[in-house]
Design a protein. Structure first.
Length: 388
């Protein structure tokens, strides 16, 4: 089934509940392929009445990483097309491009490094070479590109060829919000509509019928954002006002709220571990969150007959613990023995600070140029780095 037909079918299901009494909506969304500049997003949210949820523009670090990934992908496609035209046979060697970040807290700059990983299937070996480094000034967003594998990166080291290739991608991404940013923004708006997740990891939410008008404004705002071939959508399926339906929905909502409270308890436990470093406004913010959970539970009690005893008890404990934090009396909040709570592992607690980040592989085709030795590289022979 095509994506367009799937979207049409979802609209048909959605419209089938418009003429019957409902208690709320089951909501889900898909924003794949959505890309919008910060100014355009601000205007769209302002028109829809959601300006307070406007995300910050991408940081220079995030924007440059996205620009690098797009640039690497484009060059890889060009390399693949060249190999196809030349009918190059598959060999025992393969390459992939890794992005590594060299950073230290408190430093005025960080460095992105593009590293070529050579995979030799015949020798069962790996080889690495730093092909490019980009120094990024954290405050100004200014960057300098260098094909030198090591040493200080100064303006006079800059590779003009690489800088000119990368600059259009940098200009595109430095104020661009992509689907991940917009999905997080959508979730925050959904949360403000007294929503409860119906799945432990989110993705599907129930919203009471009193927020119908805001929900539909959100849907229209998302649909009007610029997009490519994929049609973004926010679907809202009406939940019929029937006793059997409400009974089943109450079970799902009760479990969802306990999952939410478990997350709040874990958050408070981490806060308590900071001891005397907890600020008053931080605790006040947590108390406001707990109060919003109380209010939401009351809405569900009035609408669906949700029993509030367990939820009120849990929230009361969290409120008392948070207030004791201000007096520096609180021991770490203990996690309840619920299946929904995800405990921290000892490994997570003791992770050392890293100056070089891992897990940055780009699973894409390599960028191929043949250098003087007959081996391929990210750059022409004239721009080859000295080695790593």
């Amino acid at each position: 089934m095509s994506q367009t037909n799937a979207f049409t079918d979802l609209n048909a299901v959605e419209s089938s509940t418009e003429q019957i009494p409902i208690v709320g909506h089951t909501v889900l969304w898909r924003l794949h392929g959505l890309r919008v500049q910060h100014i355009a997003l601000r205007d769209a949210l302002d028109r829809a009445g959601f300006l307070e949820f406007l995300p910050d523009p991408p940081t220079p670090r995030k924007a440059l990483r996205r620009a690098l990934e797009a640039w690497v992908a484009a060059r890889a496609q060009q390399a693949q097309a060249t190999r196809t035209l030349q009918n190059q046979a598959q060999t025992d060697e393969e390459q992939r491009t890794l992005i590594r970040v060299i950073n230290r807290a408190g430093s005025d700059h960080l460095v992105f490094a593009l590293v070529t990983e050579d995979i030799d299937f015949k020798a069962l070996g790996l080889g690495y070479a730093t092909d490019l480094r980009i120094l990024l000034e954290k405050k100004t967003g200014q960057m300098i590109c260098s094909t030198d594998a090591r040493g200080r990166i100064e303006a006079y080291h800059e590779s003009q060829q690489v800088a000119s290739e990368l600059q259009p991608y940098w200009q595109e991404f430095k104020d661009l919000h992509i689907a991940g940013d917009l999905s997080e923004m959508t979730r925050r708006i959904i949360d403000s509509l007294q929503a409860t997740a119906l799945r432990r990891n989110g993705g599907v939410y129930f919203i009471p019928k009193g927020n119908r008008e805001k929900l539909f404004r959100l849907r229209e705002a998302i649909a009007d954002l610029p997009h490519g071939d994929d049609q973004p959508f926010v679907c809202a399926f009406g939940v019929p006002d029937l006793q059997e339906t409400k009974t089943q929905m109450v079970q799902a909502i009760h479990a969802g709220m306990l999952d939410e409270i478990a997350g709040l308890r874990a958050d408070l436990r981490r806060l308590a571990e900071d001891g005397t470093n907890v600020r008053e406004d931080t605790v006040i913010c947590r108390l406001a969150t707990y109060q919003s959970i109380r209010s939401k539970a009351q809405v569900y009690a009035d609408l669906l007959g949700l029993r509030q005893d367990a939820i009120r008890s849990e929230i009361g404990e969290l409120e008392a613990q948070a207030r004791r934090l201000l007096l520096h009396e609180a021991p770490p909040a203990k996690a309840k023995p619920q299946n929904s709570a995800k405990p921290e592992t000892a490994q997570e607690k003791s992770k050392p600070a890293r100056h070089t980040e891992i897990g940055d592989e780009i699973e894409r085709l390599p960028l191929l140029y043949l250098n003087g030795t007959g081996h391929s590289s990210l750059f022409p022979a004239a721009a080859q780095p000295a080695g790593d």
